[in-house]
Ligand binder design. Sequence first.
Ligand code: FES
Ligand code: CO
Length: 334
Amino acid sequence: MIEKEHWHPVALCASVADAPLAVELLEQPLVLWRDRLGAVQAWADQCPHRGARLSLGRVCEGRLECPYHGWQFDTRGQCVHVPALPDFVPPASHAARTYVCLEQYGLVWVRMAASHAAHAPTFPAFAAEADAQLRKLNCGPYDVATSAPRLVENFLDMAHFGFVHEHWLGSRDAAQMADYQVQNTPTGIRATGCRAMQPKSNLHSTTAAQVEYTYEVTAPYAAVLTKIPDPSSLPASVGAAGYRESIALFICPLGPERSRVWFRLAVADFASPDQTLRDFQHTIFTQDQPVLESQAPKRLPLDLRAEVHTAADKASSAYRRYLSQQAITFGVIP
Ligand code: FES
Ligand code: CO
């Protein structure tokens, strides 16, 4: 299944309000807007009349109005009003190009191409979403000058913790990684039993803790990690027995070497202000970003002979094989 057939996040739901919003997906400019029922619409950001950007227009009475000649389009994308010819009934050909979209995890998701029913993609899973014991919060967007697959690999990689995240998620003196398991799943791969000693694994850590991670690739450009920290490292107020957290990485592939990233946190901490939780995630990601942007090539080489690997990299090798099997071409070197 090619990348256009998968669901991709394009914006925070909250950023689509009264005015049309310009976004980009797979190098295509899109316009998002909300109809009268509050549903988000996602269209090609190009008027079928003379090609003006619809996102420069406005929403009026449940229609999107082009900024150039004021043509109005209904929620099907059909032009229903041409101000220069008020009596003209526009034919079906006078229509904007529409895409399927929905709101999930606080983000607007778009699918640019339909696929054969037998191969329809499943929506990227995030099991923690349904868990009422966990608070959900989005961080981002972050615009990053690299491909979406390089970002996914970084998210799956624990061997960088002691260097990129020294004193936070790891320590250079304890960089050795224990063996872990990798399996294929219907939607990607899963790595289990990934263990690390972390000086400050979360906002509340007071001492270093042995943390266990599970990583799951849930779509070509989406992944989820679940942390199971050592309860003895947590203050009683956090409720150590049930403590765990999940973080989803959701990436919008803007271009083959440009990405927009959101993190969806699902945490047991209901007390800290949103900004405090976002600040921790921000600190971690801005440690990753310069290294990620330094990687060459920016597109992920799928030929396993193109870079060298060790046993510590088996999750990333499995991810590369999965992308090859999926026939993903965007953001990779086949
Ligand atoms: Fe959109 Fe003419 S270009 S109405
Ligand atoms: Co990192």
